[in-house]
Design a binder for this molecule. Sequence first.
Ligand code: FES
Length: 140
Amino acid sequence: MHLRHSDHDHGPKTVKIKYLVENPEGMIDEDHFTGTDPNAKEHEFMAAKGEHLLEVAVENGLNIEHACGAVCACSTCHVYIEKGMECLSEAEEEEEDRVEEAPGLQINSRLSCQCIIQKEGEIVVRVPAWNRNAVKEVPH
Ligand code: FES
């Protein structure tokens, strides 16, 4: 699925994001991976304010599922924000409704494509082991 990127120019990449990957198997896109060890369960990538957490991951070769292409129409990009929720945009109603469909819902659950980086700070994102395509069938 084509990934919808945040649609404005970003500044310099000054924000470090740590991704904790519960199950790294099959999640690394070797052609785009910018980290140090594709088998590691922790990856750090630099991001710019204005980018969302999904695009930062995917552009650095960490392939978090994104069945709807980042338009808030699935829940496959579900992650847990372990640290730095205050550095991210707040969830809007559409995201809150959608994230409730994600398996393993927690208080710190977010859809990574809807989390815009707004401030510098320590941001730690956990990618659940069951991150997978859970797109809902929409009746025609
Ligand atoms: S990729 Fe579908 S909601 Fe984020």
